[in-house]
Every structure is written in C-alpha cells, then in structure tokens.
Design a binder for this molecule. Structure first.
Ligand code: ZN
Length: 699
C-alpha cells in the first residue's frame, strides 16, 4: 500500500517509500566507469573564464596516469611534466570526478599554500562542480557542507583542501591523498619529514583501495648531475621534489612512433630542430620541427596531436636501445608507484614555436649576463625537466681565482684605464662583538667589465675619541659614511690628477641588529633616519638602501619600493631597492668565471688578500637555487659585489649602447663624475624649488 496519503487523524502527509528509494537509488547504484571514461562523459572543467568539456583526446598523455589512479595494484601515481599540459585538470579534477561519482572515499588535496587551495576551490573547483552534472547531483546544498576547504557529498564522501602543514598531514585518515604542484612548496613538513611519506601514512588504513598522487613541474636544482651513462634510460637527474618521487616509481615515459622507421622514440626537447639562418629569434622559432633521432624523419607540429593519440607509455626497460618494445617483465622496472614523466614537446597547450622562442631568449640572456633564472624556469616549467645549474660557486676554487687575479695587476685605490663609473657598496654589521661598516669600491667599464679597486672597513669614530662604532646603537655613526664613502673620490690612472666621484652608494638596510639596555635596536630604523638626513643635505640621489628579498617574491632583478608600513620613520618616502639576491649572485659568479677577456669580465683584484677570495666563494647553492652562506662564515665580498651589480642594473647599465653611452658612462674627458685636479668635487644637489600645490578635493 502506498503511504503517499494524508492521514486526517494525525494531520500528516506520509511520503512514498518507493518513490524515495527510486529518487535516491543513484547514490548506491553500482558503477564501474574508469576515470578517463567518467571524465570524458561527464566532466566539465574551468578554462579561466567559463567551463569547457574535458576531453582526454586533447591530452592523450594524461589517460594512462588517470587510469592508474583507479588501479589497486598501485599505491601512488606520480606525474612530472611541463606546465600548460592539462596535467592538473586530469589528475585533480579528473580524479575528484572519478572518486565522487564512482568510488567515494575521503580525499585530502594538498596545494602549495593555503591561499592557493582556497583560490583553487573558489574558482576551478566551484566552476567544475557546478557544471559537472554527476557531481552537482551529489552536493547537499547545505552551506556547511560546501566551504572553501571542505566539501561533503550526499554519498558520504568528504573532500578537504589544505596546504602541507604538520597538522593537516597528521592524525586524520583518508582514502585518497593528492598533492598538486608538488615542487612549489617544500618537500619536508616541519620536523615531521617528507611530505609524500606523510601523505602515504594518511591513506594507510585504506589499504589497497587507497591512493596517493603527486603532480608537478620540477622545481629543484640538480646539484650533482650524473653523466648520461650513469643514468637509467628513463631516470631523471638526481634532485629532490617530484623528480625524486618519479625516480622511485616505475619511470614511465611517453613515446612516439616514427612513421618512417617504425621505431619508438622519446619526443624530448632535443628532438626539436630549427634553422639558425635567421637573425630574429621569432623567425628561428617558426622554423621548428621534430626529428626522429634514428632515421631523421621530419615531423611537423600539425602532426603532434595525431602522434600523441597513437603514442604509448613505456616503463623503464620496456623499450630497448633500438626503439623496439621489450615484453620480458624481468627486464622492465617494477614498482608499486606508477610514475610518469613527459616533456613540453608533447604538451597540448604549448606550441613548439613558443617553446623554442623561450629557449632562445633565455639562452641569450644567460650568455649575455650570466643570469640563469629564465633558463632555469624554461627547463622546469616549459620542458618539465630538472635543471642542472651551469655555475656553482664552489667549482672555481680560491686558488684558481687568485691565479687568475695575478694577470690583472691594477693598483688599489686607482680607477683603471677604461673604467667609466664607480659604485660604492656598504655592508652593515651591527653585532655586539664585531660591529662595523664594510665598504667596497667597484668600477665598471665598457661592456660592463668590472674592477674592484678598494675594500675597507670603518671601525672607529673620531667623534667619540676613536671608540668602536656600532651602527645598530649609535645613529650618528652612520654620518661617517658621508665623508668616508659617499663623498670619497679615487684618482684616475692617467696621472692627470683628475679624480672620479662615485655615481651611487648602495647600503644594506637589514644588517644584523643588537641590543641596548635590554631593548632590541633596529639597524633598519637608523638606516631610514640616515637617508632622511642625506635628503636634507641634498645627497640622497647618491645613496640607496638595499634589502634582499626572497626568490618567490621577486619577478625582476631589482625592484624599487617605498616601504611605509614597516617603519614609522619611512612614511612611504624612502626608496628601498629590493634585490633578487640569487640572480644577482649568479651574475657575479658568471662574471668571475669568465675565462676570456670581454664584456662583463671581472678583473679580479691582484691586490686583495686571500680572505677577499674566501668571502667571494663562501656560499653554495641549495636545491631551490638560493645562495646559502654557511654559519659563521664571512661572505662580505660576495654580498658587496652583488650590491654593485644591483646598482649597475638600477642605473640602467645593462641597457647601455656603448657606442653612444650616457655621459655618466662615458670616457673621462666628458664624464661628469670625473673632476679636474684644480676643482673641488661637488656632491650636493640643490633642492628643487617646491610649490605647495593644492591637492584638490581628492587629496
Ligand atoms: Zn624514424
């Protein structure tokens, strides 16, 4: 009997059990679609403005990694590949679609930061869930079940989004744990150990039905590269991050089959060829084509999609060195982790022309300036390969540098012939025991060749009977810099008696602080106060405070900012140069590593002591490409050279056309900073007449 009747005695309308059962039957309907099939049938993904249908035929290389996510014989799926390849859409949205609609279980998704997790949830996932009917049907519609970082579905599945922290990766149990953009955050989590190991721990209770996933483009530096002979045929260079996870798995690579010789080959960046006959990199890039490494058969870009559709993933050992398939399982690498790696050549949303253009411009930048940053991001992001650093400070030893310096017998304290402008750099040490200013004078010449012509320390002050200075305690000690550094001149090497004025002085604003009467003193405040005093004296145009910024905050070599919140003394009026320290230091190393005399050649000082060279080579590069100074090691000359490099770039030194150089970089005869012997150098700039304009109603 149907209960869908109104009982007048109780005043209740009964529901119909059969109807309820039918309405909710989809929740427990047996389903067996594979992840790719489920995605191809129902998944819609965000394309930045709207939603678009996910089609695995557009990104054929993503099919096998997606399918492996549902295979119980695997414990984890790892994917290392370039950006703009659709890997995140396949392995995150595609996986969520599969788990929510086909195999529900609690899922933890880790992003590089909490903010990133929230923004992915707000944009990409929100659009995807709303447009994908099968997922949408399973949403409860309750606000508490659909927050930014937590989603609950009708079939009982929970989805949590977070960043990798000790608390997010401890205690809770999940069936699935995935990490998107693995290399954009640290491998380790606090004191707990490796991020991926912690993820595996969280899904341990789910036994073989659990699954861990990590996908990323590589972002670590290879510090001890292996030779190709030492590497396995599919092995990535040893480094941390996603590449390390990839190497631990069964190392699958995406192979194309040559139409002509019929053998399988890896479409890696080296199979791309281009015509060198054009001068414009844009034209060169247009001529790009891919070549079978065995028979040199040419494949053009319009065939890319067709090649990828016919392509196959092979585990390490499944293709022999002749490009033929191996079926003997003993020769094929086995692992409980299915790991995949492919390169930018096959990426669906990256054209070859664009790939080669980016390579050529990055390579040119590196050759011109020694700046490896764009080359590194090209290999990591566009190609999808861990980057082997070209320069490494430790590679050139102190002895070698000192030998090299012997060939440069220029005098200390004299501007050598060819020197065009002079930059002073100051390192501030405010520590208790060893407070001092460390000063270096560096001259740049045509083609940005450089000489270090002086290095000294300011230790005592005549204003307190020759007492020891302390820039962190006595504001007035900073005033010593005016006469001793900013207004210091050096004779030029032609014996004419002319002197050169520094064009700019750069000074560290974050030097180590100290304590006075139990209170922390800040060097930064004193630095700002000093700048304000220079302004009053008309000298501020000759002086800039600098501060090292972390790599990820900087998209350019230097950036001028006006801090206003950080100090009550600054009020947004004090310019501060933010430095991309790692890139600047790479440039310094590249310049002193140059063997052949030419542009950017570093004329190392023969007059300098061994300590100067020790300091220059004190630091090493870590896996993320940051220069690290070991504890209790002095590195002043390296820092000071980096400041000078920053000052040169700030002045526009990198853009000088030397046939028509600006006056300040011209020959001594017409250089405004070179002063005749009988004249007194003038440094002060008269303050411009200022009018008190009304700022109007908006001011
Ligand atoms: Zn071939």
């Amino acid at each position: 009997m149907s209960l869908k009747t109104f009982d007048p005695r109780l005043g209740v309308q009964f529901a119909d059990a059969a109807e309820i059962r039918r309405k909710l039957a989809y929740l427990c309907r047996p389903v067996n679609k594979s992840p790719v099939l489920a995605a191809d049938e129902g998944l819609w993904i965000s394309d930045g403005t709207d939603v678009t249908k996910f089609l695995s035929s557009q990104v054929p290389y993503i099919r096998e990694p997606m399918e492996c996510l549902s295979r119980r014989i695997y414990e984890a799926v790892i994917l290392m590949g370039p950006a703009r390849s659709g890997k995140t859409k396949g392995l995150v949205e595609g996986w969520i679609n599969y788990t929510v609609t086909q195999a529900p279980g609690d899922m933890l998704l880790i992003y590089s930061t909490k903010k990133k997790a929230e923004s992915m949830s707000k944009k990409d996932l929100a659009r995807c869930f709303a447009a994908t009917e099968e997922i949408n049907k399973l949403r409860t519609g309750r606000k508490s079940d659909d927050t930014l970082t937590f989603k609950h579905f009708l079939n009982g599945m929970n989805l949590s989004l977070d960043s990798a922290t000790e608390s997010s990766l401890s205690a809770e149990t999940f069936r699935y744990a995935g990490c998107s953009d693995y290399d954009r955050a640290d491998d380790g989590v606090g004191q707990e150990g490796s991020k991926f190991q912690l993820m595996l721990k969280r899904i341990q209770n789910a036994k073989s039905s659990g699954m861990a996933m990590a996908e990323s483009s590589p972002g670590r530096i290879v510090r001890q590269p292996k030779s190709p002979a030492e590497l396995g045929p599919h092995e990535a260079q040893p480094c941390g991050g996603i590449a390390q996870l990839y190497n631990q798995g069964d190392r699958r690579r995406f192979y194309w089959q040559c139409d002509d010789c019929g053998f399988w080959f890896l479409p890696d960046f080296e199979t791309l060829h281009w015509e060198g006959k054009y001068s414009d990199p844009q034209d060169v890039a247009k001529s790009t084509y891919c070549q079978c490494p065995r028979c040199l058969h040419r494949i053009d870009e319009h065939q890319k999609q067709e090649k990828s559709l016919a392509a196959r993933w092979f585990r390490e050992g499944a293709v022999d060195s002749f490009g033929e398939e191996v079926t003997d399982e003993d020769k094929i690498r086995q692992s409980k982790w299915a790991s995949f790696g492919f390169e930018g050549v096959v990426a669906a949303y990256q054209s070859w022309e664009n790939l080669v253009y980016r390579y050529l411009t990055a390579q040119t930048l590196y050759e011109d300036s020694g700046d490896e940053d764009s080359l590194m991001s090209f290999y990591n992001i566009d190609v999808g390969r861990p980057y082997i650093l070209q320069i490494e400070g430790k590679d050139i030893g102190v002895h070698e540098l000192m030998e090299k310096a012997k060939g440069n017998p220029y005098l200390r304290g004299v501007v050598p012939v060819g020197g065009r402008f002079l930059i002073m750099s100051i390192d501030v040490q405010g520590g208790k025991s060893n407070a001092r200013f460390v000063v270096q004078a560096q001259v740049f010449g045509e083609g940005l060749q450089r000489w270090v012509i002086d290095r000294f320390e300011i230790l005592t002050t005549p204003h307190r009977n020759g007492d020891r200075i302390n820039p962190a305690i006595y504001a007035e000690d900073w005033d010593l810099l005016i006469e001793l550094v900013i207004k210091k001149t050096y004779p030029v090497a032609d014996g004419s008696g002319r002197v050169m004025k520094p064009i700019l002085t750069l000074c560290d604003s974050g030097g180590s602080a100290s304590e006075k009467d139990g209170k922390k003193t800040s060097v930064t405040d004193f630095a700002y106060q000093f700048y304000n005093r220079l302004k009053a004296k008309g000298l501020s145009h000759l002086f800039r405070l600098v501060k090292g910024a972390s790599n990820k905050d900087m998209d350019s070599l230097i950036k001028e900012s006006y801090p206003d919140k950080r100090s009550k003394l600054a009020h947004g009026e004090i310019p501060l140069l933010m430095l991309h320290t790692s890139r600047l230091k790479n440039r310094v190393v590249a310049s002193y590593s140059r063997d052949e005399f030419g542009s950017r050649y570093f004329h190392l000082p023969a007059w300098a002591e061994r300590e100067w060279f020790d300091e220059l080579t004190a630091e090493f590069i870590d896996e993320k490409g940051q220069w690290i100074c070991p504890d209790k090691t002095r590195n002043e000359s390296f820092d000071l050279c980096a400041y000078a490099e920053a000052g040169m770039h700030f002045l526009g030194g990198d853009d000088i056309h030397w046939e028509s150089a600006p006056p300040w970089a011209s020959e001594w005869q017409i250089n405004p900073n070179v002063i005749d012997a009988d004249l007194q150098p003038v440094f002060e700039r008269k303050p411009k007449k200022r009018y008190n304009h009304s700022r109007g109603i908006f001011g």
